[in-house]
Design a protein around this ligand. Structure first.
Ligand code: FAD
Length: 341
């Protein structure tokens, strides 16, 4: 029997009949691209295993746990340009997971002036970003602390030497510079990726008193870009993002050096007379892709049944990453009897 889940996917749609075994997918990475793909396939009756090298899910939407609550050092906002992500965001707003960013956005720097700014169609998460990504995984089986070392036709080779084989489809959702070393046995895909450059961002969890009254500050500056106030339970706590140029300058610097430079730049920008406390620092070496492969939501090698998704393939940002996972899953589900990539 076929049932439909809340995401509009036919459960069991990929099984020829109830007695045939489910199709199997192996997915590398549990960011929003891998998780959305995994959840859709699992909801359609696929047997899905997700291999994640980190301790938890979310990738660039992962969460930093604090004594008091949590902070998000990765993407602070989610925005949608078009459907289907726009409808998905509306659903998350109804569920209370997101809310629109309104008012209290300032742009400028203390030595020039602050002006009220807009962040149209930008949403902030009310729940931990990693929890949202976890929800997307649905019934898929998650294996954390499980780095993948290489991919072969229908096979995932783990860093501990185990070979997980016989997948009907292997899907790799990691940033493309991290995907390249996995693809030595798949030259068609490796060459198809070409030169996709990602740019880095340093993120800092900082605490300060005073400064302009706002929830989001966009800096007119070449070192620091953005400050986002964390929850109202913790009003003095902010996440500050560097510019790409700052992160490229301090790519190999120690955490101490990068934090000291960022804290002193911030004091100048806010006009603060007293020091800023840096509680956590994180370098996102592959924060945002500068370019992507030409068009499309995924890149695949039909013979080997391996496909690549994520923002390096589909275009930068949460929306494109999510959509690449969903679109590939939908294409695989619709292919039914003849599995076409
Ligand atoms: C500081 C910052 C600010 C941002 N701001 C915005 C914004 O305002 N708006 C916006 O739309 N986007 C923003 N982005 C970009 C957005 O976060 C990404 O586009 C999106 O989250 C990418 O999702 P993904 O699933 O493609 O990749 P990722 O989230 O990177 O997921 C990849 C996963 O693969 C795992 N992995 C990697 N290698 C392996 C391996 N060998 N084996 C197993 N697992 C592996 C990683 O641990 C990770 O969990 C920002 C990103 C950063 C870092």
């Amino acid at each position: 029997m076929t049932t439909t889940d809340p995401q509009g996917v036919d459960r069991g749609a990929n099984r020829a009949d109830a007695s045939s075994p489910p199709l199997k997918a192996g997915i590398v990475g549990s960011g929003i691209a891998g998780a959305s793909c995994a959840g859709h396939l699992a909801a359609a009756g696929w047997d899905v295993d997700v291999f994640e090298k980190a301790r938890g899910v979310g990738g660039r939407l992962s969460t930093k746990r604090l004594e008091q609550g949590w902070a998000s050092l990765g993407s602070p906002f989610i925005s949608a340009q078009r459907d289907p992500f726009r409808s998905q965001l509306r659903q998350w707003v109804r569920q209370g997971w997101l809310e629109a960013v309104r008012g209290d956005v300032l742009q400028g720097r203390a030595t020039i002036s602050w002006v009220q700014a807009q962040l149209q169609n930008h949403y902030r998460l009310n729940i931990e970003p990693s929890k949202l990504v976890h929800e997307l995984l649905g019934e898929a089986k998650l294996h954390t602390n499980t780095p993948v070392a290489a991919l072969k036709a229908r096979t995932i080779i783990l860093e501990d030497g185990r070979e997980m084989g016989n997948f009907d489809c292997v899907i790799c959702s990691v940033p493309t510079p991290q995907a390249l070393p996995l693809l030595d046995a798949l030259p068609l895909l490796r060459d198809g990726l070409g030169e996709i450059r990602y740019r880095p961002i340093w993120s800092f969890l900082m605490r300060w008193e005073g400064g302009p009254s706002a929830n989001v500050i966009k800096f007119d500056d070449h070192l620091l870009k953005l400050a986002v106030r964390q929850s109202s339970d913790n009003p003095g706590l902010w996440v500050v993002h560097s510019s790409h140029e700052f992160a490229e300058t301090y790519l190999e610097a120690s955490v101490e050096e990068a934090s000291t430079r960022a804290a002193s730049a911030l004091m100048g920008l806010l006009g603060l007379p007293w020091p800023v406390e840096v509680e956590v620092s994180h370098l996102w070496r592959y924060a945002r892709p500068e370019s992507t492969t030409a068009g499309g939501f995924w890149l695949s090698d039909r013979e080997s049944r391996v496909a690549l998704i994520g923002d390096g393939i589909a275009g930068e940002g949460v929306e494109r990453a999510w959509e690449s996972g969903v679109r590939l899953a939908q294409a695989l589900i619709q292919a039914k009897a003849e599995l076409v990539l």
